[in-house]
Design a protein around this ligand. Structure first.
Ligand code: PEP
Length: 253
């Protein structure tokens, strides 16, 4: 059985005071008895101080991006080794905003995934189609190439989670229906079987992301191939994120 995994993507939100307040609110609601895996992926500037706040908590820390070199003359970049040293367990790679706002390609993302795992980080690798691609019937083709061009059988699958995030559902309030999400997740799992082998694909978690809210989390996470979620807007309010985590726990039964 796969343990659901709910991660919050804070994006470019929160200064230190607001970050501390949000983490304190979450710690009050997510105790050691939490039945699922939980992480908050914060801006780089908050990693060191929030790692200290989260020490001993079941809530783990993640970053939202990294470069693929360990160090050097790469102005403005942060290496996977730096993220590990700051207390990160996770790093999001290939978020749609990295792909579509910053132009990150599958070639670049492949290097980042390998480098992040080499530094001991667990990668949340994001895939997902644009609205025009869905409307053009290209969803499967897009997510298949985003997996095939970046993932390979030699990756550490215990340090890998896939996040299926249809771009048209991110930050739009337009959530995929459970049927739409399940269909793509099942397709992805079958393709992951081709890359990693069937039994490993059955163990890999595939999160759903795109306007997950307290009101839709339990139904989405209850789909057979949906193993929790990657949450943007709703993770910025402690009560909402805690309710989404509760939706993940409910999906275990
Ligand atoms: C995200 O940023 O990964 C995301 C899914 O955002 P939202 O939940 O706001 O759609």
């Amino acid at each position: 059985m796969r343990t659901p995994f709910v991660a919050g993507n804070w994006k470019m939100h929160n200064d230190l005071a607001a970050g501390r307040e949000l983490v304190a609110g979450l710690k009050a609601k997510v105790g050691k008895d939490c039945k699922i895996d939980v992480a908050v992926c914060t801006p780089f500037t908050l990693l060191y101080p929030l790692a200290a706040e989260l020490k001993g908590s079941p809530i783990k820390l993640g970053a939202q991006n990294c470069y693929f070199e360990p160090k050097g003359a790469f102005t403005g970049e942060v290496s996977p080794q730096m993220l590990s040293a700051a207390g990160c367990t996770y790093v999001i790679i290939g978020h749609s905003e990295r792909r579509h706002v910053f132009g990150e390609t599958n070639d670049l993302l492949k290097k980042k995934v390998v480098a992040a795992q080499a530094a001991g980080l667990h990668v949340i690798y994001c895939i997902g189609e644009l609205l025009a691609e869905r409307e053009g019937g290209k969803t499967e083709q897009v997510v298949e190439s985003q997996m095939a061009e970046v993932l390979s059988g030699d990756l550490k699958t215990d340090l890998l989670t896939i996040a299926y995030e249809p771009v048209w559902a991110i930050g739009t309030g337009k959530t995929a229906t459970p049927d739409q999400a399940q269909a793509v997740h099942a397709f992805c799992r079958a393709k992951l079987g081709g890359i990693f082998g069937e039994s490993t694909a059955q163990k890999l978690r595939i999160q759903y992301g795109g306007s997950v809210k307290p009101g839709n989390a339990a139904e989405l996470f209850g789909c057979p191939d949906v193993d929790g979620g990657l949450v943007g807007g709703a993770c910025l309010v402690a009560e909402d994120f805690a309710a989404i985590i509760a939706g993940g726990e409910a999906s275990i039964g």
